[in-house]
Design a binder for this molecule. Structure first.
Ligand SMILES: Cc1cc2nc3c(=O)[nH]c(=O)nc-3n(C[C@H](O)[C@H](O)[C@H](O)COP(=O)(O)O)c2cc1C
Ligand code: SF4
Ligand code: SF4
Length: 250
C-alpha cells in the first residue's frame, strides 16, 4: 500500500505512478491527518510511505501521524521523499520512526521536483523548462524504484553527516517558529468563498467566516496547500507572493 501526504501534488504524482507500477493501491492520508484518525491501516504488500521534505525534515505533523498510526500486515516499509534537491535528515527520521514501530525499514528513494515553497523569500521561481525536466526525470525514475520494491531490495541511501544533524535538529524548529506564521496570509477580493483552502489544510486551522478564510492559529506548517491550490489565486503571503507564479504538479 502506497501511503502519501501531498500539499501541492509532487508527492501525490510519484505515489500514484508508483502504485500503478506496483499494481498496488495508493492512499491519500490528508483526511486521516486532519481528523487525527490513527486507526489501523492494513497491507499484505510492503508499505511505501511518501512525503515531502520541509526544512530538511519530515513535516512535523506527518511524523506525528506516522508515530501514532497502527500499520498491520506486512512488516516491510519503504520511504519516498520529494523535495527541491535536499532531503536533509528526513530519510533518517523516517527510518527511525519505522524501526520504533518494530517494522523493517528498507531505505528511501528521493525525487527532485519543483520546490513549492512560495512564501520563502529565497525561493527562486523555476523556469517552465526546468519544471518539465524535473517531472520527466522523476517519472522516468519511478519504474526503477518500483522494480526494486517488487524485488524486495534495499535502497542504498547516502550517508547523512553528523554536521547535518547538528545543524538541522536545533535550527529547523527555530526557523519554523520564526517563519511559519499565519498572520502574513491575506486574501484578495477575488476570493470566491469556495472553501477549498479550509478543506485542504492538514492542520484544520482555516475557517471560512463571512465567505473568507480566517487562519485560526498563529503558526502552521506552511505546507503551501492553501496558497498554491486556491482556484483564483486569492491568497497572498505578506508582500512575498504577489506576482509569483503558483505551482501544483500536473
Ligand atoms: C515549508 C517547506 C519547507 C521545504 N523545505 C525543503 C527542504 O529543506 N529541501 C528541499 O529540497 N525542498 C524543500 N521544500 C520543497 C518541497 O519539499 C517540495 O516542493 C515537495 O516536493 C513538495 O511536495 P508536495 O507537492 O507533495 O507537497 C520545502 C517546502 C516547504 C513548503
Ligand atoms: S480557496 Fe481561494 S477562493 Fe476558495 S475560499 Fe479559499 S481563498 Fe477563497
Ligand atoms: S494554513 Fe495553509 S500553509 Fe498553513 S498548514 Fe494550512 S494549508 Fe498549509
Amino acid at each position: 500500500m502506497v501511503l502519501y501526504f501531498s500539499a501541492t501534488g509532487n508527492t501525490k504524482l510519484i505515489a500514484k505512478k508508483l502504485a500503478e507500477h506496483l499494481g498496488d493501491e495508493s492512499f491519500d492520508l490528508l483526511q486521516r491527518i486532519k481528523n487525527r484518525d490513527y486507526s489501523s491501516l492494513h497491507s499484505d504488500h510492503p508499505f511505501v510511505i511518501c512525503s515531502p521534505v520541509y526544512v530538511s525534515e519530515l513535516p512535523s505533523f506527518f511524523s506525528e501521524y506516522l508515530r501514532k498510526v497502527s500499520l498491520t500486515g506486512c512488516r516491510e516499509v519503504y520511504g519516498i521523499l520529494t523535495d527541491g534537491g535536499y532531503a536533509g535528515i528526513a530519510g533518517a527520521q523516517l527510518g527511525r520512526i519505522i524501526r520504533q514501530k518494530g517494522m523493517n525499514f528498507k531505505g528511501y528513494a528521493e525525487f527532485k521536483l519543483p520546490s513549492n515553497h512560495i512564501t520563502n523569500r529565497s525561493h527562486a521561481e523555476i523556469e517552465e523548462a526546468e519544471i518539465t525536466k524535473r517531472i520527466d526525470a522523476s517519472l522516468n525514475k519511478v519504474e526503477d524504484v518500483a522494480n526494486e520494491i517488487r524485488r524486495g531490495g534495499f535502497f542504498k541511501n547516502r550517508h547523512i553527516f553528523l554536521l547535518e544533524y547538528l545543524v538541522t535538529v536545533p535550527v529547523a524548529p527555530v526557523l519554523c517558529y520564526v517563519n511559519q506564521t499565519t498572520n502574513g496570509f491575506w486574501t484578495k477580493e477575488s476570493c470566491i468563498s469556495c472553501g477549498k483552502c479550509a478543506r485542504l489544510c492538514p492542520l484544520n486551522i482555516i475557517e471560512i467566516r463571512d465567505g473568507k478564510p480566517v487562519w485560526k492559529e498563529p503558526r502552521c506548517a506552511h505546507c503551501m496547500s492553501c496558497i498554491q491550490n486556491c482556484p483564483v489565486e486569492a491568497i497572498e503571503y505578506k508582500d512575498i507572493t504577489e506576482g509569483r507564479r503558483r505551482y501544483t504538479a500536473p
